[in-house]
Write a protein that binds this ligand. Structure first.
Ligand SMILES: *Cc1c(COP(=O)(O)O)cnc(C)c1O
Length: 458
């Protein structure tokens, strides 16, 4: 008999989680103004809000915490992290930050000016926020395949070269500080970018003199997909592939809360000394001295170990096959999800799931709230509320897809939890015809409104 797959780890410490009743959840959701970000974690049974900083560290990482060096300047933990980042990325300079958006804040303070455009593949929300905050524009050049959830194209994070070249042709070079490749592409569903595409983007960008930066929160998962799906890549190590990927750019921002396998942290790595010097000043103003940038020494030590673990095949196989396991269960139940299944999350197509809820009443938010009421599972809307208003017209921006994301924390839940989640979503699916109304916004902030928006039942 062929032995089934089993995780390459065992569990050393457990954390209790608690069930609740439907009546309790309905009350809590109302008190939270129907915004799942406002729930207390104790009101949630399985938390799929995000896979950002919510995973379990290994015993090696917990061990590293104890050896952290808390020196203000030149700490040993910084050196360890610096060497690890150099080895994995090939980039020479490192600036730690307290998380990924802080890395964006520091780097974009140097690179992005009012009126600039930053082309890329579906920019992440904080990335777009940091671009638009500087009165610049993010231009989405993702391939069209990304917006058809049934299309099995293996690299739906790819950049459409024609769209990118169009940007290079209509804007002067001085207005395009860089092209940003997000790996994997979070906003299009955790979809990978192929090596071939990155090479082509690099070649095109070189012709126009535009540098490439990576938003690399899930670079290890991206490298895993390259190994699984791209011809000729199946025998390379994850570290080798990642190193080649980074060779097509001049620098990276990182949210260590993803493929760094830690609960907090981020960094910038790059090669250009002048940009590094300028970014160092912003690091000191916003984050801390350049050898800690808002991170404790112990956190840098755990991150150095985490980056090494995240770039090993057995870890990535267990991580991504669990996401696949959940996705395949949903497909079996006929639930419309994005295919192929992404690296860190399963995405449900809310427009197909809830065709009776009007676009203006936020179908994805409606579905996320129904899933919470059903089983205490917290997910997140990746739809119109997240897409914010157009900065010029202040009208709702309706994205092509209205999704509910079920992000799976790393090394945290078992496949029994996955079975529970799939069954809960199926129960909502079975009564989808009864769900006719969504929500109205009663209050929202000017930027990144999804975190704090208040809603009422329509
Ligand atoms: C999470 C993430 C960020 C922001 O990082 P934080 O650590 O949450 O501040 C930026 N880009 C991508 C692609 C991300 O996934």
């Amino acid at each position: 008999m062929k032995l089934p797959y089993a995780e390459p780890f065992r569990i050393k410490m457990v954390e209790e989680i608690q069930q609740s009743t439907r009546e309790q959840r309905e009350q809590w959701l109302k008190e939270a103004n129907y915004n799942l970000f406002n729930l207390k974690s104790s009101q949630v049974f399985i938390d799929l809000l995000t896979d950002s900083g919510t995973g379990a560290m290994s015993d090696q990482q917990w061990g590293a915490l104890m050896t952290g060096d808390e020196s203000y300047a030149g700490s040993r933990s910084f050196q360890q992290l610096h060497e690890t980042v150099q080895k994995i990325s090939g980039y020479q300079y490192l600036l730690p930050t307290h998380q990924g958006r802080a890395a964006e804040n520091v780097l974009f303070s140097v690179l992005v000016k009012e009126g600039d455009v930053v082309p890329g593949n579906s920019h992440f929300d904080t990335t777009k926020g940091h671009i638009e905050f500087r009165k610049a524009h993010a231009i989405d050049c993702t391939v069209d395949e990304a917006f058809d959830i049934e299309n099995l194209y293996p690299f739906k994070g790819n950049i459409d070269l024609a769209k990118l070249e169009h940007v290079y042709q209509i804007y002067p070079k001085e207005k395009i500080p860089f092209c940003l490749i997000t790996i994997t592409c979070n906003s299009s569903g955790g979809q990978p970018v192929s090596l071939e595409n990155m090479r082509a983007v690099k070649e095109l960008s070189d012709r126009y003199g535009i540098p490439i930066y990576f938003d690399s929160a899930r670079f290890a998962e991206n490298a895993y997909f390259i190994r699984q799906r791209e011809k000729g890549q199946e025998n390379r190590s994850i570290k080798e592939t990642a190193r080649e990927v980074f060779s097509y750019g001049v620098g990276m921002t990182m949210s260590s809360k993803k493929d760094g396998l830690v609960n907090i942290g981020g960094f910038i790595a790059l090669n250009d000394e002048k940009i590094y010097r300028a970014a160092s000043n912003f690091t000191i103003i916003y984050e801390g001295f350049i050898t800690y940038g808002g991170m404790a020494g112990r956190d840098m030590a755990a991150l150095a170990v985490g980056l090494n673990e995240a770039t090993e095949f057995p870890y990535l196989e267990s991580r991504i096959s669990q996401v696949e396991y959940l996705g395949n269960k949903m497909i079996e139940y006929g639930i419309p999800i994005q295919k192929p299944i992404g690296g860190h999350a399963v995405f449900i197509d809310a427009l197909k799931f809830l065709p009776n809820v009007k676009r203006a009443e936020y179908p994805a938010q409606t579905l996320a709230n129904e899933i919470y009421k059903e089983a205490g599972i917290r997910t997140v809307e990746i739809g119109t509320i997240l897409a914010d208003r157009d900065p010029d017209t202040r009208e709702n921006r309706y994205p092509k897809l209205e999704l509910v994301r079920l992000a799976i924390p790393r090394r945290t839940y078992t496949n029994n939890h996955m079975d529970y989640i799939a069954a809960a979503v199926k129960n909502v699916f079975d009564r989808r015809d009864e769900i006719l109304k969504g929500y109205h916004i009663t209050w929202e902030s000017e930027i990144l409104r999804h975190f704090t928006v208040k809603l009422e039942e329509a």
